[in-house]
Design a protein around this ligand. Sequence first.
Ligand SMILES: *Cc1c(COP(=O)(O)O)cnc(C)c1O
Length: 389
Amino acid sequence: MNEHTPGLSTRCVHAGELADAHGSPHTPIYTTTTFKFANTADLLDVVDGRKPGSLYTRYGLNPTIFSLEAKLAALEGAEAAWSFCSGMAAEAALFLAHGRKGIVCIGDAYGGTMELLSTQLRELNIPTYFLAGNRLDGLKSFLDAGAGLVFFETPTNPTLEVLDIRRICDLAHERGVLVAVDNTFASPANQSPLELGADFVVHSATKYLGGHSDLTAGALMGSKHLLAAVWNWRKNLGSALAPETAAQLMRSIRTLTVRVERQNATAQAVAEAMASHPKVARVLYPGLPDFPGHETAKAQMKGYGGMLTLDLKGGYDDAVRTVDKLTLFAIAPSLGGVESLATMPVTTTHHGLSAEERARRGITDTMIRLSVGLEDAADLIADLEQALD
Ligand SMILES: *Cc1c(COP(=O)(O)O)cnc(C)c1O
């Protein structure tokens, strides 16, 4: 982009859109799997990478996918972006391309990510290390042990721990190690990790980018040079995104900032109302001034997000009774959609961990994680109040 970079909302609407011969304001869906050429010389130009062009949809060489990827890159202010058939597919391709020397995961991460790092990658003899978010001083020893990639989420799931992106990038870059941030929870509307020094941003586009709980997709953003090494992994693992889903995701992204700004405001209102509720022991939300991560969040985020966690007084049974009494919040894992969701980490996202492991990560049996949707704040607060009473 030239001197004046358009604002994020403008980019959400216009970036990457393809002007077609019929004047469609949006990129059409090219469902075709293959594309024809006028002659062999033209074909070889594309096959050998001398000219950009469509070729075969599984390679991601499809006009609808190009268009989505230009929009995804613009969202994070990146030079390039690849789309994937899921967030896990994006992470897997990134880890296999850039993490083979070893990966350090800081803080809590998505369950699938944890399993991939601790099980499948180790089966391939890729060393993986886990470091608590409050033990950054220990990062040096893992980097000196030869790890080639640092990976983390912020805010994390489900405790909303806020990690200092710039500080971690400085520590890693001092030793020439690359940094990838999973920006799913914050979304590009609230946080721009590349501006804070990260080399890669990864997204489960299934969440805020998709925003309606009706599509599964992933994204990886970064420099052209670094993404080039991921290309063959995506191509030959067969993890590109379908053009139909690419078009659906583009439609969602056009409203990203409007949705997320409202979700930020509603989550703040819910967090403040719950903070003074007699049955609530603690509200974990980066937008509350007394939350431990608040100052870091204030410095590196534009908004505090639509995710919060309530830790209730009483025991596990009380928390289950509360969740089961909710009528507007649906009992479901996942996040980022227009409908509000409630889930207990102990029964869903962190069910597979031992009680000791959950305790070590600060996850209690009385936590309820909320993904705030687009309903009215007053209705969501009333639903929580009736369930708590
Ligand atoms: C959901 C999620 C993922 C995995 O994404 P899928 O699209 O389900 O593969 C990764 N990271 C975070 C933070 C998530 O919430």
